[in-house]
Ligand binder design. Structure first.
Ligand SMILES: NCc1[nH]cc(CCC(=O)O)c1CC(=O)O
Length: 314
């Protein structure tokens, strides 16, 4: 009798190998199979080692930024070894090759940051060490609590929680979405995004395809969540217009309600001492107004922000 063979997959999805990336890939697969009535084995998950996962000890901003998360998956897509790549959109640069397109944004999870190690920002003990390697989180924390000190804290979610437990820092900040996806939603205190703006694209999972692969784009486009997609595109547009890089402390959040997108954005100097905030609103499908918001923010940059914003023209 011949061995039973598993059926040819309809889609091969590439993903990074971290526990969070794998959890996101499982979610993407579950949504695709539900939308198309497929058995699970019709979507093959292909774990790919990203350069960002090979270099663990230095701050990301020092070693080359966000391309470290996408380089290998981009190559696997270009070579046709995978049909789609699942990403935390937060880690995907705004400037992407024309050969790749975002085929779907999944329904956005909780966008909030979670504070671990204290019950609120106000209640962090004076002089505490804040473990984070995110320039946004460092600047936001120092803006609210200039008495605190930032210590570099890289690694995946589990690593950061264990570094905290080992006393390498007194408090840390993590994304609620990541904790939720790892089954750790009990950890820490959720910070209301109205008071504490998240990173651009936080909580959003995206799937990129080759632009010329109409079959994959169609199949994957079936699970696109339009409100989440609109918000993510607006945030990406604003981020690009600010001419920053991975060292730029920027927080923002866009939401769609009744066909109107609102977008709030705060920029900081890296030391957190300076902060500006602006908000805008407009159509979801014609987001030129976002560029105006970006120009307004650039026109208001303080001296401390100039080294990290307005560096490139969008
Ligand atoms: N920078 C790493 C990263 N990229 C995406 C998430 C969480 C999930 C998300 O924001 O979608 C995290 C971890 C964190 O910031 O705590």
């Amino acid at each position: 009798m011949p061995d039973p063979v598993s059926p040819e997959p309809y889609l091969r999805l590439g993903t990074r190998r971290s526990p969070l990336a794998m959890a996101q890939a499982y979610e993407a697969r579950a949504r695709l199979c539900a939308a198309h009535g497929w058995d699970e084995d019709r979507v093959e998950l292909v774990p790919v080692l990203a350069s960002g996962d090979k270099i663990r000890d230095r701050p990301l901003a020092e070693i080359g930024g966000k391309a470290l998360w996408t380089k290998e998956l981009d190559e696997w897509l270009a070579e046709g070894r995978i049909d789609g790549a699942v990403h935390s959109m937060k880690d995907v640069e705004t400037l992407r090759p024309d050969e790749l397109s975002i085929a779907a944004i999944l329904p956005r999870a909780d966008v909030a940051d979670v504070l671990v190690g204290a019950a609120s920002i106000r209640e962090i003990p004076p002089g505490s060490r804040i473990g984070t390697s995110a320039p946004r989180r460092a600047a936001q924390l120092l803006n609210a609590r200039p008495d605190c000190e930032v210590v570099n804290f890289r690694g995946n979610v589990a690593t950061r929680i264990s570094k905290l437990a080992a006393g390498e820092a007194d408090v840390t900040l993590l994304a609620a979405a990541g904790l939720l996806r790892l089954g750790e939603s009990g950890v820490g205190t959720r910070l209301d995004p109205g008071d504490w703006l998240p990173a651009p694209q936080q909580g959003a999972i995206g799937i990129e395809c080759r632009t010329d692969d109409e079959r994959a784009r169609g199949l994957i486009g079936a699970i696109d969540d339009r409100p989440s997609h609109c918000a993510v595109l607006a945030e990406r547009r604003l981020l690009a217009s600010l001419g920053g890089d991975c060292r730029s402390p920027v927080a923002m959040l866009s939401t769609l309600e009744d066909e109107t997108l609102t977008l709030r954005c705060a920029l900081y100097s890296p030391d957190g001492s300076q902060r500006i905030e602006r908000a805008g609103a407009g159509a979801a499908d014609a987001i030129d107004w976002v560029m105006k918001l970006g120009e307004d923010l650039l026109g208001e940059l303080t001296e401390g922000m100039k080294p990290v914003f307005g560096l490139t023209k969008a």
